[in-house]
Design a protein around this ligand. Sequence first.
Ligand code: GRG
Length: 309
Amino acid sequence: MSAVKTHAGRRSTKTDFDLTGFLNQCAKDVNAALEKFLPRATIKPSTIHKAMRYSIFAGGKRIRPALCIAAAEACGGTRNAAIPFACAVECIHAYSLIHDDLPAMDNDDFRRGKPTNHKVFGEGIAILAGDALLTQAFEIAAQAAPVKRYPMQTVFKEITHASGSKRLIAGQVADLEAEGRTITEKELKYIHENKTSALLTCSVRLGGMAANCNNTQLTALTEFGQRVGLAFQVIDDILDVTQSSEQLGKTAGKDTASQKATYPSIIGLEKSRQKAQRLTNEAFKQLEVFNNRAHALHGLAKYLLLREK
Ligand code: GRG
């Protein structure tokens, strides 16, 4: 247990950090902001606004917003400055899940313990709800306060790159093209780095940008995000084989049933666990530059490693 000094001058330990409290408060703040940013369900055409809200408020863990806010705070910034970016990444995340669940993609009936968007609203509206959430992300990000080192042009480039055809969508394309054939660990890494890590890394980078972070901090956040993102996906693969559908709120064992390549299927369960631990340790190392201000980032990386759903 490493002893650290808090701002109040009190001796404390990293394990003192109240991650549950932090996550709950982030979710509360982000939900309140999303409530304001998203068009009301009564606004015409109400079907699309109901569908957007259905997925946004379906009970996601708000990991990406929490990472964004934690990164801003690690760089000495405020939560309020990071909130528009935190909401923007959550909208992109929700869009990707809606589209991923479609019959033409993963064909899932349940997400977060609830029927998927297309099961409730039909495929056409689900596609449009995803499109609308992606667009909404930019409208929300544009409402962030201006930051000296990172003009809106830089911020938009960051978001478009992470969610575009060379990152998030590249991962999904590689995933689709891997169906029904054996892939190597290198190919699996490529899928996860783009499908999962890209948006997680973008979330911490945007948090840093909201705090007007310096180059050293931005590099550390990037390295941290990449490692935590990959570890997150390794754990996701492990949970798919070790947890039940009830525990996960989505269909468990789907990867095995669809003969999808995963870390446990390629390197085995034990080596997968070791890999996630190693990546998390490497992520922890990146936090040294933040002079004891990265308790939330540290706690989040640990939580993502140890999570059970
Ligand atoms: C552009 C259609 C399209 C897809 C992009 C992100 C993505 C690729 C697909 C979504 C499905 C998937 C398995 C993504 C991997 C990342 C992942 C494990 C997402 C789940 O994230 P959590 O656990 O979800 O943060 P909650 O429900 O808590 O928000």
